[in-house]
Design a protein around this ligand. Structure first.
Ligand SMILES: Nc1ncnc2c1ncn2[C@@H]1O[C@H](COP(=O)(O)OP(=O)(O)OP(=O)(O)O)[C@@H](O)[C@H]1O
Length: 637
């Protein structure tokens, strides 16, 4: 999705740091300004106006000060004290107003920061939620995602701070320049020239920082990963059981040392740039002050004028520094924002999923789940797969080669094969999570290989081996199978019953409202098999006509597994089921069985046909069955 506020400068794959060219800067800053206005128009305009008041207001105290000095020197003791006091009070009053404007601007800054953060992170989420799953297989995508997430958090705000500081500095510079021009116009361009080295330094320094962080993204991701392993509950028990904490910690420390070294080098390079720029700027400013002094000494300028001019030149110097601090921020943020814009441009045209409206009755596009009902399959009466070939982006060889199969609506088809033979991958293709490089998927002779996957997935349920454990309420864990009608408590309970999870969930302290997972206050953890029942309930609750179950009973106890498969036919009657399982006792009840071997279909048929064929299936079946039989008595002879 292209966001007008984040229109891409370039959406190319950034394997190299993007180049920021001077001619692109106005466009980039314009884009960033649009982003700010889209995210927080009111807050931004208010803050900018206050900063402008703060900046422009400086001119009056300077001119007021010069007037006071003039009166004192010219009129001496004869001048009116009351008039002078009034003028002094006015000047102080103005300084107060300026201070107030600045204070209010600062106080609104936190809100602005949060609004920008939300908006920019929202655009990052637009990409993360809608981009094809395949991108998550690519390290380059993760590098970009990491940078975009980091940039979204801090860079838009940094940009507005830079813009604010610059606006304020430009306004006050303008004010002081006007005051200086009233004294001696020549001094204005001479003083402003002193700002040029600072401006170039900002540009260069920002670039140096971005290049360093760009180079460091993969290492930084590794560091974050190690931190994650060391700090999350998921990994904590294995880290302890294997005594890995010290080893992993040392790796994290090493990566951190490398990062620190890189940051030191970068900081030194940036410091060199800054020192050089400040020296050049300081010399230029000193020369202007020398000129003022010379003019005063040679009588070219009155003493009061020279005093005010010197003050104005010094103040201008300070303002130029403030402006440089602004441009520092601006040019530091610019390449990161360009990178972010490129990432945001990756979002496909589809809109992000709609969120349920609080308090609004959820729409129910599907009929309430009635697991005993026999709805006609929505998608197909016959699904055909023709010569499917698929390779993962990071893989060297195809994982599936010329796979062809057929599934009739209402059938239970099983996929078996050894570890790594491609079963889960085929399930991912059939649920339209990935697109094959070759071959077709046909619904009743209609090629749906390139159809809108979101629409197709509406009629599919997939329960993966590594299903999610949502740290939400038990009811949510089930209801998220079809969030649009997650409030339908009767249906949630029905799905939980079908999956053998109802008694367990009803017995929790707050029943279905109990929070699952102990990471949040009041949360309760479940056993592996109990979690699997909840995941199965979620799959049932989805109530889709085509159900893909990848090892749905891997962690269920023998009784639960037996019960489930006893009931499966009844529970899922009328639905098409693709069942992946290593348990042949389960597989044998399928209408048709496909055996995968090294990414190819090695054989297929009914259990009886495959057993009579005496091929791979018969071999695996017999091997497993032998494990349940009494061992052969040892030959004592
Ligand atoms: N995301 C991935 N990127 C690269 N290769 C992958 C990816 N996922 C799986 N593979 C590879 O694809 C092959 C098939 O994996 P798949 O998960 O489909 O096998 P499977 O038959 O389901 O195995 P299992 O019985 O162990 O679940 C394996 O060699 C695996 O290494």
């Amino acid at each position: 999705m292209s966001d007008p506020a984040l229109s891409p400068v370039t959406a190319a794959e950034f394997t190299e740091p993007p180049q920021i060219e001077m001619r692109r800067l106005p466009r980039l800053l314009g884009g960033a300004l649009k982003l700010t206005l889209a995210a927080a128009r009111r807050e931004f305009l208010l803050i900018t106006a206050l900063q402008a008041v703060g900046g422009l207001g400086l001119v009056l105290p300077i001119l007021g000060g010069r007037d006071l000095l003039d009166r004192l020197l010219v009129a001496g003791a004869g001048s009116s004290l009351a008039g002078m006091l009034l003028q002094g009070a006015l000047t102080l009053g103005l300084l107060g107003v300026i201070g107030l404007a600045t204070a209010v601007a600062t106080s609104r800054d936190d809100v602005l920061s949060e609004q920008l953060n939300r908006y920019a992170l929202g655009r990052v989420l637009d990409v993360a939620c809608t981009i094809e799953l395949e991108q998550f297989e690519r390290p380059e995508f993760h590098n970009r995602l990491e940078r975009a997430s980091m940039s979204a958090r801090i860079r838009p705000h940094q940009l507005t701070q830079g813009l604010g500081a610059l606006t304020s500095a430009v306004m006050s510079t303008l004010g002081i320049a006007l005051a200086l021009a009233a004294i001696e116009p020549l001094l204005v361009p001479a003083t402003l020239l002193a700002g040029v080295p600072l401006w170039f330094a900002s540009l260069r320094s920002g670039r140096v920082l971005f290049d360093a962080l760009f180079r460091f993204t993969p290492a930084e991701r590794e560091r974050s990963y190690l931190l994650d392993v060391l700090t999350t509950r998921r990994a904590a028990k294995e880290v302890r059981a294997f005594g890995l904490a010290g080893y992993l910690r040392a790796r994290w420390e090493r990566r951190t040392d490398e990062r620190l070294a890189e940051i030191r080098v970068t900081a030194r390079r940036r410091l060199r740039i800054t020192i050089l720029a400040r020296l050049t700027s300081g010399v230029a400013l000193g020369s202007v002050l020398g000129l003022v002094l010379a003019m005063a000494v040679t009588g070219g300028m009155a003493v009061a004028d020279a005093g005010a001019a010197a003050t104005a030149v010094l103040l201008l110097g300070v303002r130029l520094r403030t402006a440089a601090a602004g441009t520092d921020q601006l040019f530091e943020a610019a390449p990161f924002l360009q990178d972010l814009q490129g990432f945001v441009a990756l979002a496909p045209g589809s809109s992000p999923p709609k969120l349920p409206q609080p308090g609004k009755a959820p729409q129910a596009p599907m009929s309430p789940p009635s697991l005993q009902a026999r709805p006609e399959p929505v998608g197909f009466r016959r699904l055909r797969v023709e010569n499917l070939t698929f390779r993962y982006p990071s893989g060297r060889h195809p994982v599936l080669r010329n796979v062809s199969m057929e599934i009739g609506a209402g059938q239970v088809v099983a996929l078996v094969g050894e570890n790594g033979s491609g079963k889960t991958t085929l399930a991912k293709l059939l649920s339209h999570l990935y697109r094959p490089q070759a071959g077709r998927i046909l619904y009743d002779d209609v090629d749906v290989t390139a159809a809108d996957p979101d629409r197709l997935r509406h009629s599919i349920t997939v329960l993966f081996q590594d299903f999610q454990r949502y740290l939400l309420s038990a009811a949510d864990n089930v209801g998220m199978g079809r969030w649009e009608r997650a409030d339908d408590r009767a249906a949630v309970t029905q799905a939980a019953r079908a999956a053998g999870a109802h008694d367990l969930l009803a017995a929790l302290p707050q029943g279905y409202e109990s929070l699952l997972g102990p990471e949040f206050a009041g949360g309760i953890d479940l056993s592996g098999g109990q979690w699997q029942r909840v995941a199965l309930a979620r799959a049932f609750f989805r109530d889709a006509p085509f159900i893909i179950l990848d090892e749905p009973t891997a962690t269920l106890d023998a009784r639960a597994e037996h019960l489930l498969f006893e009931q499966l036919r009844t529970l899922l009657a009328g639905r098409t089921v693709l069942l992946i399982s290593h348990r042949f006792a389960t597989v044998r009840m399928a209408d048709h069985i496909y055996v995968l071997d090294g990414g190819r279909v090695a054989e297929h048929g009914t259990h009886d046909q495959l057993m009579s064929a005496g091929g791979r299936y018969a071999e695996l079946f017999t091997l497993q069955a032998a494990g349940y039989l009494d061992p052969q008595p040892r030959d004592s002879g």
